[in-house]
Design a protein around this ligand. Sequence first.
Ligand SMILES: Cc1ncc(COP(=O)(O)O)c(C=O)c1O
Length: 434
Amino acid sequence: MTNLDHFWLPFTANRQFKSAPRLLVSAKDMHFISDDGRQILDATSGMWCVHAGHARAPIVEAIQKQAANLDFAPTFQMGHPIAFEAAAELARIAPAGLDRIFFTNSGSEAVDTALKIALAYHHAKGEGHRQTFVSRERAYHGSGMGGTAVGGIGANRQAFGNPLLKVVHLPHTHNLEHNAFSKGQPSWGAHLADELETSVIAMHGASNIAAVIVEPVAGSTGVLIPPRGYLERLRRICDKHGLLLIFDEVITGFGRTGAPFAAQRFGVTPDLITCAKGLTNGAVPMGAVLVKHSIHDALMNASENGIEFYHGYTYSGHPLAAAAAKATLELHRDEALPERAQALEDVFAEGAHSLRGLPNVIDIRTFGMMAAIELAPIPGKPGARAFDAFLACFEQGVLIRTTGDIIALSPPLIAEQTHLDQTFDALRRTLRAM
Ligand SMILES: Cc1ncc(COP(=O)(O)O)c(C=O)c1O
């Protein structure tokens, strides 16, 4: 029996978990194996990570080979080829112009890094007064202090006092009255972007604002899909007032929306992109910030021959992570995974929307290979209904994910029709029985 006392699990009801643990001991392709020997279909890509499926041979072999050859080497005033090769692979799939890559170890660090690049960029241009960030209600940008400050989920902030950065939140765009049961981008809500100009800039002054950070599709708070035209409006307002636009693509990157990045799918190019998770197929922790060439160059020119940006991590560009990233991105290319996601999108949406009409289902929304099924909360017990559904599906051998009373699905992009059918059948049985 594994001793469960000492590991304090993140974002987990620890006491509940330890009273009835759910342990996964191995994984391959679309499945986990639990400690009681059951096959569990992974309808969540681990946690929005394993886009190419679990334990894929080219990634496993690249990591093994790298560990035996160069386990660690510093990237402060030194370098090693595999980190540059991984950066080049990432630049290959990036939106045009975002071809300078800063490596981190997680999405949270990517967000903190992007916020610091934005501040340093304005400082280098003599506009150090631009220090306020704009984000959104219901945003999740990781657990670092910067990410916590720009985050828009009350529970993630309330125990931690005043976050360190000056942040103004725009409203989120989720509105069941107007947009329930939308397939793809909802039609109502683009006007909410205008609040950036009419409310935030009017109140705080554009010259005090460094950047706007948004998830193109908000993932952690339940797949909130941007209304048609919303991101375009944000881009226009940022351009007009000299604000940088950061897309946090930790969840939407690497084919999840049917393109390498959601920026390409939506046809809106930000100034910086944060990413992680699918970058290494979840196999080794790694994050990255994709930076517009001109922003990078503005920082390079700020000082002569000295260190240009006083920021970094011991493990930035770690050899094992870099090897995993390079192998992952090559696998995405060889198996055309973003294109595969696009080809699956309609059948996936059809399966999700087939749950409409089941008890307590108040919304279903889908975009790319992301779906949310929103349930009416049990009065006085927020989140309990969806968590019960999570436990019931796990019993039936399907791993789903829940956030509040929203079920979020994000299967690996190698999923076959039978995997999608199994997922929706388990959900149908569960929701009928509840
Ligand atoms: C949009 C977004 N940003 C940042 C993060 C944080 O990433 P990590 O958990 O790797 O620090 C997440 C994690 O889910 C995320 O969804």
